[in-house]
Ligand binder design. Structure first.
Ligand SMILES: C[S@@+](CC[C@H](N)C(=O)[O-])C[C@H]1O[C@@H](n2cnc3c(N)ncnc32)[C@H](O)[C@@H]1O
Length: 251
């Protein structure tokens, strides 16, 4: 979804960033602002993101979502981090789950309010949101943790492990490919993306996800549909998919 390395300079995106292989190592000042930059990006692109991607899930996303839905009982408590506008959450709603969604973009939360009228929706930063420990049967984070810096991704994994009940599940995707810090235009808006690399992701889950046991780990390339591919100038995406369970210490 954010293959910054593959972004294409087109008539709207002629910044020097894009002409240097779409990669930029940011100054410390920029880094302090990245969450504001990401929030503003989604405030601008929410409707396009919604129609091009959220309503158009990849085969891999659909498969993993179904696996988690099948594993959950009705009335399960599901936390979605970087929930976006809500279409990806619908299968959990249909299962009868209680949804808590957190998103840093006001526009995404506004869309989610229309699609998830019964959900608890929080307009805020997943890094700082306060939630009760051991209170969720599942945490879902699709295409969202990748917007955090490495140390924040590590801290998120620790928080997620703490928010899950014993026996609860984590479904997320992290950046595939090599470790990198990237920015550039995506759907015409400035964005930020950090990859720990596949081995770095695995190390992070082991070191920071206390009690988490990874039960599925795949690096998958998915093709975009032609309209989405044309909009972002990339034909496919590579993500590292993780399905994990929190060990139940009472067992
Ligand atoms: C690519 S969209 C994915 C949305 C949704 N998960 C989906 O799969 O359709 C990434 C989302 O993460 C949100 N996001 C990025 N950084 C965030 C942060 N620090 N806290 C909360 N949400 C964040 C963005 O606002 C955006 O809605």
């Amino acid at each position: 979804m954010f293959p910054s390395i593959k972004l294409r300079a087109d008539t709207n995106d002629r910044s020097p960033i894009l002409l240097t292989k779409n990669k930029l190592y940011l100054s410390s000042g920029d880094l302090e602002n990245i969450h504001r930059v990401v929030a503003e990006a989604y405030d601008t692109i929410a409707p396009r993101y919604h129609s091009l991607f959220a309503l158009n899930p990849t085969a891999t996303r659909t498969r993993y979502t179904q696996q988690l839905v099948d594993a959950l009982g009705p009335d399960s408590a599901v936390l979605e981090l970087g929930c976006g506008g809500g279409p990806g959450t619908q299968p959990f709603v249909a299962r009868g789950c209680r949804i808590t969604g957190v998103d840093i973009s006001a526009a995404q939360i506004a869309l989610a309010r229309t699609h998830l009228p019964n959900a608890t929706l929080v307009h805020g930063d997943m890094r700082t949101v306060s939630l009760p420990p051991a209170s969720f049967d599942a945490v879902v984070a699709m295409y969202s943790i990748v917007h955090l810096r490495k140390e924040d991704q590590e801290a998120m994994v620790t928080k997620i492990a703490g928010w899950l009940k014993g026996g609860g599940y984590l479904l997320c995707n992290l950046a595939g490919g090599e470790a990198s810090t990237s920015t550039g235009k995506w759907l015409g808006a400035d964005t930020f993306f950090e990859s720990l690399g596949v081995e770095g992701n695995r190390k992070m889950l082991m070191e920071y996800g206390e009690g988490l046991q990874v039960i599925r780990d795949e690096v998958i390339v998915d093709k975009y549909d032609p309209v989405a591919a044309d909009a972002i100038g990339a034909t496919d995406e590579t993500f590292h998919w993780i399905f994990a369970v929190k060990r139940d210490i009472s067992e």
